[in-house]
Design a protein around this ligand. Sequence first.
Ligand code: GLN
Length: 265
Amino acid sequence: MQLPSLPAVAAATVLALSLAGCAAEEATKTESGAKIVDEGKLTVCTGLPYKPFQFEQGGDIVGFDVELIDLVAEELGLEQTIIDTPFEGIQSGQALNTGKCDLAAAGMTITEERAEVIDFSEPYFEATQALLVKVSSGVSSLEDLAGKSMAVQEGTTGELYAEENAPEDTTLRVFEDLALLQTAVKTGQVDAGINDNGVLYDYVKDNPELEVATEFDTGEEYGFAVKKDGNESLLETINDVLAKAQDDGTYDEIYKKWFSEAPKG
Ligand code: GLN
């Protein structure tokens, strides 16, 4: 047997090292073929709080999205673990593409721009932008915000809508999460705030001094997301679980629990 020449040994070592590097990053696969970053867990990125989709209650993270993803975790024999990370990094693909989590569940609207950097599930919820104001504000439309200030949440479809549609002399103030935006409206730091209708209607239930002044017909649909071209198997399981939950009434039950009424249509 001839000994390999030196460069060949070096090349083989480099290859082995890089394979080990990949293995560490790729972590592990479930029986069904879904890639997961942490053994035994379905690691989910979300931007807290986004009540009633995901928020903290009595030390646990609960909500509509959390319960739907629990069904996915159960199907895969995994336990859902939630990582709180700014929504901006979720929608930009950064959180998924760097392997921080297996999927994102964050009341996230499916958009063409985002679909270039992450892969979306089938839609699971309908939403539209809406305007949060104080009951006595006299503001009932975007036009009424001329010369006034409006809170937007960083990286969201609401921020984009405001940039494109608010009067030129409306001052947009950017907040990192929903709670900061809601508090800014409540405490009068801004004249209004824009965000998805579901979360704003939920907020005014507990804050009667605030109201949803109007909705804008943005026709959005939420999707769960996985790494771009990186986890077809997990995406398939998500879609299968969603379809089954919609067929057997589980989806409606979860919907009623978090929105106190049956889904439209
Ligand atoms: N649905 C909005 C979007 O996708 C807001 C999502 C969120 O803030 N979690 O931009």
